[in-house]
Design a protein around this ligand. Structure first.
Ligand code: HEM
Length: 433
């Protein structure tokens, strides 16, 4: 990929200029009925590559096979995923949480680490069954979210943070601080800004207190010990806050997709008794395929790269030069289910481990994904698939499950990013086997 000389390209410039999607804005800036539908309509009208000007931002969207391949090959130095994520999350999270972090979510998935997280998940599943008792009705996404909190806090917060009063306080605080609100409820971000992020700052202070207090207790997960060691030797208040904010950012990253994807996996398995029976009988490989397939179908991710230095994007027809400040983007729900016949259906057998068994009907394998492609693809994929399949197997082994929904749950319409959240309750009746 050639890089044009910086002096020749103006800020936000896109040259040649592809069609401008007239009257289309993104849900942070304008009210939309359905953020994904809006961009699908723009694609129908303007083709696979078009520009959206929204608020103060300029997006170059691309959906063609070569365009999407070029997107995943963009170099981080000139088209940054890190900056795009930061600009998105900053709408919700207090800016100060990003300063000076010493242990980042990307460094969490060494082999030994994952085994510990899965042990914590097993314990969290047993606690979940104890909380649920023998029969009743639970909301799928509420239960998977609480499970994610318990497994995550046992894995990276301090001793005692995954139980009792400390756990309940952290659940309330993380639900208020949740960075994924930036893309699940983009329409609420103007109010967050107007409030000066008061609720979010109060939640961060609460997390700092609870995690800080855990430092006085013996024990702690391997990861927590590593997080704490990185702050050894600092004055007490700096160390306490540094550790708590590292834990907070890690936990927030873990909340983006995993609990929601697990929720859809459970919904789909309950809707497919034949595969559910095989999973209950112990078919671990099928369980992973099912969770991967549910994650693909529930994807609502906008994938963005903020241009830092002039860069070129080839969409197969035209090579565009894009100037700093613009965002190059694609949207998974517009390619994942419609790039070849049959991709709109739930068919777990299309996966062979984490790859498509037969991508030959696709103009490019890059058009379909659950965890991303290229060097930014999710480092948590193997862990997430193992965790989701362990969780669905446990819940379906412990309980007979009956859907309490009359039609298949639908995503929050304004959501643009991450795995879909259900728009409304999603009750599941359960009775111990
Ligand atoms: C089902 C669960 C999950 C799904 C579907 C998922 C999906 C994704 C996707 C699609 C990307 C690529 C985004 C892009 O290219 O712009 C990604 C990247 C990433 N994910 Fe996940 N993720 C999941 C779980 C997790 C968890 C549990 C964590 C950690 C706490 C995590 C941490 C990350 C990080 C750090 C990256 C960025 C990697 C990089 O920039 O090099 N993910 N994830």
């Amino acid at each position: 990929m050639k890089t044009p000389p910086p002096s020749a390209v103006r800020r936000n410039e896109i040259s040649p200029l592809p069609p401008l999607a007239e009257g289309i804005g993104l849900p942070w800036d304008v009210a939309v009925d359905d953020a994904v539908e809006e961009l699908a309509r723009a694609r129908e009208q303007y083709g696979d590559t078009f520009v959206v000007e929204t608020g103060r931002d300029r997006y170059l969207f691309t959906f063609s096979p070569v365009g999407v391949e070029s997107f995943y090959a963009l170099p981080e130095e000139s088209a940054s995923k890190g900056v795009a994520d930061y600009l998105m999350l900053r709408r919700k999270l207090p800016e100060e949480i990003f300063d000076g972090r010493r242990t980042l979510p990307g460094g969490l998935f060494r082999k030994g680490d994952v085994a510990h997280y899965l042990e914590n998940l097993q314990a969290a599943l047993e606690t979940t069954s104890a909380e649920l008792g023998t029969e009743g009705t639970f909301d799928v996404f509420a239960v998977t979210r609480r499970l994610g909190h318990r497994m995550g806090l046992a894995s990276w917060a301090g001793p005692g943070c995954a139980e009792g009063d400390a756990f309940e306080r952290l659940v309330v605080a993380f639900d208020a601080l949740d960075g994924s609100d930036a893309f699940v409820h983009p329409d609420a971000m103007a109010a967050v800004e107007a409030s000066g992020k008061a609720d979010e700052r109060a939640a961060l202070a609460e997390i700092t207190e609870v995690v800080g207090d855990s430092l006085g207790r013996p024990g702690g997960s391997d990861l927590f010990v590593r997080i704490a060691e990185a702050w050894a030797g600092e004055p007490d208040d700096v160390r306490r806050q540094g550790i708590a904010w590292d834990v907070a950012l890690i936990h927030i990253a873990s909340m983006s997709n995993l609990a929601a994807a697990l929720g859809w996996s459970l919904v789909d398995l309950v809707e497919h008794p034949e595969q559910a029976a095989r999973v209950v009988a112990g078919d671990q490989a099928l369980a992973e395929r099912c969770t991967l397939e549910s994650t693909r179908l529930a994807q609502r991710s906008i994938m963005g790269r903020t241009v830092m230095a002039p860069v070129e994007l080839d969409d197969g027809t035209t090579t565009y030069t894009v100037g700093p400040g613009a965002t190059i983007a694609t949207l998974l729900p517009l390619t994942n289910t419609s790039s070849a016949p049959g991709y709109e259906d739930w068919q777990p057998e299309r996966w062979n481990r984490s790859r498509l068994a037969d991508p030959s009907a696709l103009a490019s394998p890059a058009l379909v994904t659950a965890f991303g492609h290229g060097k930014h693809s999710c480092p948590a994929q193997p862990f997430s698939l193992a965790a989701m399949s362990m969780a669905v197997t446990h819940l379906m082994n412990t309980y007979e499950l009956e859907p309490g929904w009359s039609s298949y749950p639908v995503p929050v319409p304004a959501q643009i990013g991450g795995v879909a959240r259900a728009d409304g309750p999603c009750p599941l009746q359960y009775r111990a086997r």
